[in-house]
Design a protein around this ligand. Structure first.
Ligand code: ADP
Length: 431
């Protein structure tokens, strides 16, 4: 249980730390990208304004004396992209008037972006794949040119910002790598911290277990004395008791018997926790023990007209603790009888398996809802309190059964369908 708490705490701390880290990295990345982008954006808008001012005269001349669109007027036709600035001047009919071309690899994409420009946007960021596996990042701004209130045309100014994009990308990769490394470190720190946190929990659980062990040990003897005293009073022939007193005595005996069983169960679990109960292994026939268990539960089964059937090949020998295996079988078969309807059937099957022996206890009782199946092995867990309250029990039986199976390095599982029945499967290794 303690290791489960530690794992859960580690997971919780790691998730919290992960979220903080993610938020921190996200904010830093977004902040850097935003700052660089707004800077470049402002820069290109200013540049566009300047070029628009310069080209106003060109557009006015063109208006007076229209010129044919230039085929290609490359002022700079080198192949160095870095930081390159280019522009397109379009008249009011969106005819090309003047152009300072970007390098050939960018032309098609830039021209397509200009012709598809939506008027609502003032700047655009273009990512253009280059022949080498790289990409170029270009920022383009649009600026309208007016003479008074007359619209003369539009200027599109572009600039290569690949170097900025590359530095940004590298920065982001470094930040993400650092975040992953810090997260791994955080998982280790979380594990360490969880270990520190559970120390007092562990100590308090230990103290609690010790208290339960001491208390149940101290209660056992007076309980037995009281029970024997009641039985003595009941058996005393000279004692004349009214029917009312006899009933009270019988009820008290029932309650003390229940209490004695609860105390015994608590003591068994406390001792198992403390490792005081060692498994005393010996060779014995499992089917013989199963027969004894069924015999001792026959009276309870007959009261509900339940038939207990044993299906076992003779002499299924195991090397285990016979007392504990008897207790395990008793818990499973008693539960099957206790929770089954009248006139139903309980089957106990014992057979050899590849690795040891398998014990299967099946009933046609009410079944257990799937959401309870994992919890029924927990201490004091009882399904459907209203139904269980009518049936005697403490919720400790299956915890003891599981502890016995674990002490034998075996496995216990449950399979149940609501309204159809329940099956407990126990496998115990041969040695
Ligand atoms: P209890 O003393 O209540 O029987 P257990 O630990 O033996 O405690 O069982 C835990 C709970 O599991 C029970 O309260 C019961 O609701 C459920 N349970 C156990 N065995 C069966 C069964 N064969 N059929 C239906 N419910 C069962």
């Amino acid at each position: 249980m303690i290791s489960r708490i530690r794992k859960k705490l580690t997971l919780l701390y790691s998730v919290i730390f992960g979220f903080f880290l993610l938020g921190f990295i996200g904010i830093i990345c977004a902040g850097i990208v935003w700052t660089v982008y707004t800077d470049r954006n402002e820069e290109i808008k200013l540049l566009a304004k300047g070029i628009a001012r310069e080209q106003r005269q060109t557009l006015l001349d063109h208006r007076r004396n229209p010129v044919q669109p230039p085929a290609e007027m490359s002022i700079e036709d080198d192949h160095d992209i870095s930081g390159q600035v280019f522009y397109y001047v379009l008249d009011d009919q969106r005819q090309l008037v003047k152009v300072d071309m970007p390098v050939p690899v960018l032309r098609q994409a830039v021209y397509a972006a200009i012709t598809e420009w939506t008027s609502s946007r003032q700047t655009k960021l273009l990512t253009i794949p280059l022949s080498t596996e790289n990409t170029a990042t270009i920022i383009v701004a649009e600026e309208s040119v007016f003479s008074g209130s007359t619209f003369l045309g539009t200027v599109y100014v572009g600039r290569d910002v690949t170097a900025y994009a590359r530095v940004l990308m590298r920065g982001i990769i470094i930040l993400i790598t650092a975040a992953i490394l810090f997260f791994v470190l955080a998982v280790f720190i979380s594990y360490y911290l969880a270990g520190r946190v559970i120390v007092p929990i562990e100590q308090s659980i230990e103290r609690q277990k010790q208290f339960v062990a001491d208390a149940s040990h101290e209660l056992r003897n007076p309980m037995s004395v009281l029970l024997t005293s009641i039985e003595g009073v009941e058996m005393d022939k000279d004692n004349v008791l009214s029917p009312f007193s006899r009933q009270i005595l019988a009820d008290a005996k029932d309650e003390f018997t229940r209490l004695k069983r609860l105390v015994n169960d608590l003591l068994t679990l406390a001792r198992m926790d403390a490792g005081d109960i060692r498994v005393k292994k010996e060779n014995f026939c499992l089917d013989t023990v199963a027969e004894q268990v069924i015999r001792s539960l026959r009276a309870a089964a007959e009261r509900k007209r339940i038939r207990i059937q044993l299906k076992a090949t003779t002499s299924v020998k195991v090397c285990a603790d016979p007392e504990r295996i008897h207790q395990l079988l008793y818990i499973l078969v008693e539960n099957a009888v206790k929770y089954s309807h009248e006139k139903s059937k309980v089957a106990v099957k014992i057979e050899r398996s590849a690795t040891g022996v398998e014990i299967v206890v099946t009933d046609n009782g009410p079944g257990i809802r799937s959401e309870h199946l994992e919890q029924i092995f927990e201490r004091f867990y009882r399904v459907d309190e209203s139904r269980s309250r009518a049936i005697e029990g403490s919720g400790l039986g299956l915890s003891i059964a599981q502890a016995i199976v674990n002490a034998h390095q075996g496995k216990i599982s449950v399979d149940s369908s609501l309204g159809e029945g329940t099956q407990f499967i126990v496998s115990i290794p041969i040695n």
